[in-house]
Design a protein around this ligand. Structure first.
Ligand code: T3D
Length: 263
């Protein structure tokens, strides 16, 4: 499947979605949003896909919104910087956050502006050692968007979140890992292979149960302990009905690795 600004390919249960405007550090345009939506549609509909890996072509993940793209005017003809959030970024972030399959953001290089926050909407973020995140918005007198003001305080706490957003500093992969924003950091030279292997490993896991785990983690944001314990019980009942649960227990008893089907 080919798109003008996104490459899409599948292998071993992994759909790899590569943002592909390397000459502009994969900055987002309306066309790229449309291509990305179509790629996510394809990944969602393909039963063989169990994990989606989002990465960037060339030396960057993405520099966020393409600042040279003409902004659609508001109703009175004035500049409306909220319009693209409404039409493109907000639906994308919500979709990634609730995507029914596992999502991995593989930061091959810088992730700036909205791209940093799109990465955070994915389930797991991994990074090449030279990659960095930059909440670049304040440098152009904008507010962090694409969920940045929601994700960051929850993941790294108010103080560090504010520091990142107010300074717009570039924060390198190893530090991002210490903060909890990135799960694994790999050497640059090995990054593409390591990211693919990491995604393959997850694609071979119990996909239906992964979905239940995601839903539980997401629900915990709004639940108190009692409500979350009830939610876990209900999710566990569903997990207990999967074929993968039967296979997991069988494999344990037979002292062999499980062969999960994702259902
Ligand atoms: O409607 C709305 O705008 C609302 C939505 C906002 C969401 C947002 O994401 S706002 C934040 C937008 N992003 C930024 O402010 C980051 C801009 N980019 C940078 O600050 C730098 O590119 C980086 C620090 C990320 C990387 O620097 P460096 O030196 O490694 O690369 P570079 O030379 O700046 O960029 C390489 C090329 O990509 C260059 O093109 P050229 O001059 O060689 O033809 C550069 O202009 C282009 N590029 C980089 N970022 C963007 C971009 N072109 C358009 N838009 C960009 N965001």
């Amino acid at each position: 499947m080919t798109f003008a600004t996104v490459r899409y390919g599948t292998n071993d249960g992994v759909a790899t979605v590569t943002l592909n405007r390397p000459e502009k550090l994969n900055a987002f345009t309306a066309e790229m949003h449309a291509d990305l939506r179509a790629a996510l549609d394809a990944a969602e509909q393909d039963a063989a896909v169990r994990c989606v890996l989002v990465t960037g072509e060339g030396r960057g993940f993405s520099a966020g919104q393409d600042l040279t793209e003409v902004r659609p005017p508001g109703p009175g003809g004035e500049i409306d910087v909220g319009a693209r959030l409404e039409s493109d970024y907000n639906p994308l972030v919500k979709r990634l956050y609730a995507f029914p399959k596992l999502t991995i953001a593989a930061l091959n290089g810088p992730a700036a502006g909205a791209a940093a926050n799109i990465a955070m909407a994915c389930d797991i973020v991994i990074a090449a050692r030279s990659a960095y995140i930059q909440e670049a918005f304040a440098r152009i007198a904008l507010v962090p968007d694409a969920g940045g003001t929601w994700f960051l305080p929850r993941i790294i706490g108010q103080k560090r979140a504010l520091a990142l957003m107010l300074t717009a500093d570039q924060v390198k992969a190893d530090e991002l890992r210490e903060m909890g924003l990135v799960y694994r950091v790999f050497d640059d030279a090995a990054f593409a292979d390591e990211a693919a292997a990491f995604a393959r490993r997850l694609a071979a896991g119990p996909g239906a149960t992964y979905r239940l785990i995601k839903e539980a983690a997401r629900a915990s944001v709004d639940n108190d302990l009692g409500a979350q314990l009830d939610f876990e019980r209900d999710q566990q009942r569903k997990a207990g009905k999967t074929r993968d649960f039967l296979e997991g227990v069988m494999a344990f008893k037979e002292k062999r690795p499980p062969k999960f089907e994702g259902r």
